[in-house]
Write a protein that binds this ligand. Structure first.
Ligand SMILES: Cc1cc2nc3c(=O)[nH]c(=O)nc-3n(C[C@H](O)[C@H](O)[C@H](O)COP(=O)(O)OP(=O)(O)OC[C@H]3O[C@@H](n4cnc5c(N)ncnc54)[C@H](O)[C@@H]3O)c2cc1C
Length: 387
């Protein structure tokens, strides 16, 4: 830390991933003097390294806890609103974000997987996410490229994918047009209350802010500890693989396998993008996130088992990134009642949910009320656990 004054703003957002940049966009558009501080560069971590899937149906797996749907039920409304945000994003931001909303499929191979999909669809429909269950015949009508192993699944119109290399920069450009500032290469090391303001100590100097928003993804817990708050978010490495371009068969769909860990899309260049949360490797010394060979092989096997055409495509690239999750699977959005002026904007599946999180955070910040209930996401729910 140096004593140099780096700058000041009414609101400082820590983290220039999609969540921080979307929040900056909505706050700046609402007239707030806002600066985003990042230790690295914009979109450098999970927001630029993810698979680009828009998860607007519940993300589920047979190994998740039995009460998973009940636990994350409030986020169904968030998914419903996120769908509208993605459908209008390119018009709102005035630029190409690589958005393709051909619809989303979950596929099942077993009765048990099919039951899980049916349960998921009931919960979604009750809160306005209008997914539909289909048997094998119905799935093949929607997606003739599916293999003989698929026995059925669900479909949601309006699901799809976007380009992670375009979405955050599009929010940054729009935020800048409204006056937001971006400070990169400044690692936040401490946050100190001084009178009615916060002093944010960084590797490049001190930054003074009236209010602070922690939007640091997998590093949210470490920012919380700087003000004595417990924000239980943990990181883990996930990976993505990409094939060479092939004739386009996937109709702008985003496909997921409920039992075997697969997300699959085909880009406009014809490349298959293969993900699904398979674990990668982390070299802590160099902060290097890498794909693991056995995960590449396993993930590609599931992809080719589900969509046989992929067996003929050559893999050309794989990479790892720092994913994250909260201890209860829910977002953490809002102001701490203990450290007034300190806010959190954290959401799992933050590529899909980043823009809507920025939007509802800002609604609450600007008007005192959000269009969706934020109580389930309050940072205060972790107060009884030590930081
Ligand atoms: C391989 C992979 C695939 C994924 N696929 C999908 C997908 O298909 N769909 C989906 O919805 N989600 C997906 N995710 C999850 C999604 O990418 C993340 O949830 C989302 O990008 C998180 O956004 P964020 O802005 O919260 O965090 P990040 O993008 O990680 O940004 C956090 C920022 O905080 C900064 N920061 C941290 N500590 C400090 C500090 N002390 N000082 C200053 N700055 C700091 C970091 O440098 C970083 O830029 C995937 C994740 C991975 C890793």
């Amino acid at each position: 830390m140096t004593d140099r004054l780096l700058g000041s703003a009414d609101v400082a957002i820590i983290g220039a991933g999609l969540v921080g940049c979307a929040t900056a966009y909505y706050l700046a558009k609402g007239g707030v003097d806002v600066a985003v501080i990042d230790r690295s560069s914009i979109n450098r971590e999970a927001s630029g390294a993810n698979a680009g899937s828009l998860h607007l149906q519940i993300y589920i797996h047979p190994h998740f806890p039995d009460d998973w749907i009940d636990r994350i039920r409030p986020t169904i409304e968030l998914m419903r609103e996120a769908q509208k945000t993605w459908a209008t994003m390119e018009k709102r931001l005035g630029t190409d974000c690589g958005i393709r909303l051909g619809g989303g499929l979950w596929v099942a191979e077993t009765d048990e997987e099919m039951r899980l999909i049916e349960k998921k669809v009931v919960a979604e429909n009750a809160l306005g996410v209008m997914s539909q269950v289909h048997d094998r015949t119905g799935m093949l009508k929607l997606a003739p490229y599916l293999s003989e192993h698929v026995m059925g699944g669900s479909f949601l119109a309006g699901e799809g994918f976007a380009n992670p290399l375009l979405v955050t920069p599009a929010h940054v450009d729009a935020a800048r047009r409204h006056g937001a500032r971006f400070i990169t290469g400044a690692t936040v090391t401490a946050i100190v209350r001084e009178g009615s303001r916060f002093v944010i100590e960084t590797s490049r100097g001190r930054f003074s802010a009236g209010q602070v928003v922690a939007a640091a993804g997998a590093w949210t817990a470490s920012i919380g500890r700087m003000v004595g708050l417990n924000l239980p978010v943990t990181g883990s490495i996930a990976q993505v693989s990409v094939t060479e371009g092939r004739p386009n068969i996937m109709l702008d769909h985003m496909l997921q396998h409920v039992g075997k860990g697969l997300t699959l899309k085909q880009s406009r260049q014809g490349t298959f993008i293969i993900g699904g949360g398979w674990p990668g490797l982390y070299d802590r010394r160099r902060d290097h996130k890498m794909p693991a060979l056995d995960s590449i092989v396993g993930n590609a096997w599931v992809a080719a088992r589900t969509v046989p055409d992929i067996a003929r495509a050559q893999l050309v690239r794989a990479w790892g990134g720092m994913g994250s999750g909260s201890i209860d699977g829910l977002p953490i959005i809002g102001e701490s009642s203990v450290v007034r002026g300190f806010h959190v904007a954290y959401v799992p599946l933050g590529f899909t949910m980043g823009p809507i999180t920025g939007q509802i955070f800002s609604e609450k910040f600007l008007t005192g009320a959000a269009s969706l209930p934020l109580a389930p996401y309050a940072p205060d729910r972790f107060l009884d656990r030590a930081a």
